[in-house]
Design a protein around this ligand. Sequence first.
Ligand code: PLP
Length: 396
Amino acid sequence: MAGRGGGHRLVGMDDTRHYGFETRAIHAGQRPDPRTGAVIVPIYATSTYAQDGVGGLREGGYEYSRTANPTRTAAEEALAALEDGRRCVMFASGMAASDAVLRAALRPGDHLVLGNDAYGGTFRLIDKVLTEWGVEYTVADLSSLDAVREAVQSRTKLIWCETPSNPLLGIADIAGLATIAHEAQAQLVVDNTFATPYLQQPLALGADVVVHSTTKYLGGHSDVVGGAVVTNSDDMAERLFFLRNAAGAVPGPFDSWLTMRGMKTLALRMERHCDNAERIVAMLADHPEVTKVYYPGLPEHPGHDVAAKQMRRFGGMVSFTVRGGEQRALQVVAGTELFVLAESLGGVESLIEHPGKMTHASTAGSLLQVPDDLVRLSVGIEDPRDLEVDLRKALG
Ligand code: PLP
């Protein structure tokens, strides 16, 4: 049916929910095209669709590609299946997805609780844009359920959580936060960008909404910017679908197709990201120039037990601080060859950055400010021996 998010399905799609994760990644939403037999979902590069008489939409209910496009529908079906969620709405970027969730859930006078270690862009959106529309927020340490209980008010409608968080790899107890949110008649949103549905499925743990920057591990190859929201709530999905159609932050068919292609190998890539990250963490933990390593797989990480309970493994993101302060950290990030100095994360190639001056510059002077001697790694899937040598050289 035109104008409704759930009405658009690829013709001939099977329900793949009973299959394992890796099977769903390859088949959910992606059955061979019934007309041509094309095994891979085509890139439907079309802005509009012929109608058989006014309002006579053909199979799938497509009318205009801002509203829906079959390649995007297939990618949405695939990601919904990976998160074990009922509905997925994709956006032009992770920030567009976050913006739509915030606008769908909040009205002037409402309040939300935000982690003290959130992605800088999320903080900027809430602090600089939402507050102008009369939304208030409280920053809390989400690793402490008591701190969250204290931050929740009668006007609280959302708890916004990243776990593991960006860039300090903080861990929040998703099930615990869901209980607090629901007791307060609020919703729990989990930004699952760092973990991906392969390592962690927040909806199964009680979260109401999952947000992704698909730019990262889901796309997986640093070649596309995108975002997505997955939820079991029809009401939330319909609001998101309405907002996306009204405001227009849609991913194009090629972007949707690249994201879907990336998701097919998510499980394989994540295993290798985790293997390589563990090896790099072991090296850093022993290195005399490194003062602290942030990785939830380390037994001494304060969130290790919670992470072990709610995650399959601990991911490919690693942060650490260095002896010598900010100047030394800036030298280290400029001193690698294989680790490319760049923002973003989650691609097959290893990246290195200085959060304080790069991804998290917008948090300067706020409660979310990050240490200035912090270095963040997105550990790729290269030969880990090469990665280790590269980092050792930069650390000196
Ligand atoms: N959430 C997290 C955890 C991120 O790291 C990012 C981007 O770095 C975003 C959301 C925003 O996504 P995008 O850059 O696709 O808009």
